[in-house]
Design a protein around this ligand. Structure first.
Ligand code: ADP
Length: 386
């Protein structure tokens, strides 16, 4: 177990300085753990709060190797990093989490699916298609509705084409991906699992996700879940099994579909803090960000118990606004008990870009949901020029 790392030269390197990296730094500052951040953007939200910030490509082997040369432990806040560099850093004796082999599988949605099939982890039926002509060939086996997903490069619903009509099929690009059975789910939930090298495992309470009606993006995350205890337990068991199969150190966020007849299927995973865990900052004894830092440094994990019901709403760029961001309407929220505003520090807004979030904690979830909707609608994310 890594000991004596508070107020020492023991160095943690974080690959990626977006909002997730920024929120990890709350913990490294709290514990005074020396931390470096690498991000391709000089405007990255994670540039402040680290002991060192470097600008460079996360995908470039030499850049990652040079950045991590004086790090003792390296972790990520985004999957799109150079895996060979992570392997070679491990070979040099550094701690690297998540393990590079699992990260490589997770980077490709088709490999993820194959992994679930190989490990008897429940997931929807799928077929890989290398390009558009392979897709055309597979079409007679895939009546509408079905879902096409890009193997790599998709996020926040980009790279996913839900085909409910032949019209939708026209939107499928000529790229490697897969066809997936359409799941007529009742609910999407997530379970965030933390594991450290010493073998400790802790899970955060199941959180429900509500999607924006048109943007194919999470709008609200609600905790506790509306699922029965038995179903929550089933979801937790699947999430733990998945984290163990990948042999994850750190966090694994497991996104799950729950169907009307009680089936629970893994949709996808992320080996890092996740949008579906932001409410844990205020609603749980230990936040997902602190748990991630504890887990990758092999520190004892914290309690994940809920202190209150929490509902998180993403604050995204308003439609019709592009450019230098301005926020309006937050004044009256700042005096409201249980309302917590987070602004990530991105200079530029564009429609639906994640610019911040607001978490409302309250005695019960319905009240938190109501107040979160009100808070979300009160804050306007605009630009100086439209
Ligand atoms: P991303 O990595 O962009 O978040 P996801 O795989 O999570 O992509 O897909 C985005 C959303 O599309 C999901 O949250 C879900 O609402 C919908 N979706 C994805 N796969 C399926 C499926 N097999 N059946 C029905 N809806 C799906």
């Amino acid at each position: 177990m890594a000991k004596n790392i508070f107020s020492t030269n023991y160095t943690l390197g974080i690959l990626g300085g977006g909002q997730l990296g920024k929120m990890m730094l709350y913990t490294t500052r709290k514990f005074d753990i020396r931390t470096k951040v690498l991000d391709p953007s000089p405007d990255a939200p994670g540039q402040f709060g680290a002991n060192e910030f470097a600008v460079g490509s996360l995908q470039d082997y030499d850049t990652v190797m040079a950045f991590a040369a004086d790090c003792d432990t390296v972790c990520i806040e985004i999957e799109a990093v150079n895996v060979q560099a992570l392997r070679d850093l491990r070979a040099q004796g550094k701690k690297v989490h998540p393990n590079p082999d699992s990260l490589e599988l997770i980077q490709d949605k088709t490999k993820q699916k194959q992994f679930y099939a190989d490990h008897h982890i429940p997931t929807s039926r799928f077929e890989m298609v290398a390009d558009k002509s392979a897709f055309e060939e597979a079409r007679d086996r895939w009546p509408i509705p079905f879902v096409w997903k890009a193997a790599t490069g998709g996020y926040d619903g980009f790279g996913v084409v839900v085909c409910r009509s032949e019209n939708d099929v026209q939107n499928i690009p000529d790229a490697p991906g897969m066809l997936e059975a359409f799941v007529d789910f009742e609910l999407e939930v997530s379970v965030i699992v933390a594991r450290n090298e010493s073998g400790e495992v802790k899970i955060f309470p199941v959180a429900d996700q509500e999607f924006h009606p048109t943007a194919n993006q999470v709008e609200y995350v609600l905790c506790p879940s509306v699922l029965s205890e038995e179903m929550q337990h089933k979801a937790e068991e699947i999430a733990i099994k998945t984290a163990e199969a990948y042999d994850i150190c750190g966090l694994l966020a497991v996104e799950l579909f729950v169907t009307a007849d009680g089936e629970i299927l893994v949709n996808e995973v992320a080996p890092r803090p996740h949008n579906s865990g932001h409410h844990t900052i205020e609603a749980c004894y230990t936040s997902q960000f602190e748990q991630h830092i504890r887990a990758v440094l092999d520190l004892p994990l914290g309690s994940t118990e809920l202190k209150a019901a929490g509902v998180m709403a993403n604050l995204v760029g308003g439609e019709g606004y592009n450019g230098d961001v301005v926020y309006e309407g937050y004044d009256e929220l700042l005096g409201e008990p249980g309302v917590n505003i987070h602004i990530y520090g991105k200079a530029q807004t564009r429609p639906f870009r994640k610019m911040g979030h607001v978490t409302v904690i309250a005695k019960d979830r319905d009240e938190a949901r109501k107040r979160a909707e009100w808070a979300k609608n009160s804050i306007l994310v605009k630009s100086k020029q439209s």
